[in-house]
Design a protein around this ligand. Sequence first.
Ligand code: 13P
Length: 255
Amino acid sequence: MRKQIVAANWKMNLTLDEGAELVNEIFKGLPVLSEEKQVVIAPPYLHITQTAAQLTGIIDVHLGAQNCHHEASGAYTGEVSAAMLKSAEVEYVIIGHSERREYFKEDNAMIAKKVNQALINGLKVIFCCGEPLEIRDAGTQNAYVEKQIREGIFHLSEIQLNEVVIAYEPIWAIGTGRTATSAQAQDMHAHIRSVVAAKYEHEAGDNMTILYGGSCKPSNAAELFACPDVDGGLIGGASLKATEFLGIVEAMAFA
Ligand code: 13P
């Protein structure tokens, strides 16, 4: 059975105290999750050691980071390597988020290098893809997302691919309040799964965890997660409030 995940991407929000408080609030309301279901929290780098300490001994909640550098080490002022993340007990790293692609000019080639760094260092990857509005309006979103996936992760072996989760995040739905309909999400997730199945074994497509991201909230999470190819969510704004985030985790718990 493939994994289901609800992952919090805090982006550049919350001070250390606010982050610690939020994690405590999440713990208080966390429902019991069956074995194949996980929560991931990806705070800013500065929070990571604090959050790691809070997560010690908590089985259902896993630690993530929002990015890593594409080289192993060296003179890259201000950057953080995959090895550093691993040494801080990080398990997942988000790579290729649309905000990094857009504001930090990360292209598919750089993203593929980041994926390699993450895997070499024993991290699992949450690989983000998703189209801008003009591509959706032109109806060419399937080809656009397929190219991101081909150039970002299709150089991996099937064994390496086991360590990758895909997050489909249509850019027009991120932080806009405009969620993809469950039909739009399901169509794209089924497409992504078929692309993976065609490149690798059929089983690799079946086993791939594919998350939806973009204005996911408690009021729409249950409907999205009920889609056969939607295996959970990558949550931005709604992950910053414990009640909202827990509402989404509950939707996964009962999906
Ligand atoms: P929102 O949930 O705020 O739309 O953000 C989604 C996202 O970008 C998660 O990575």
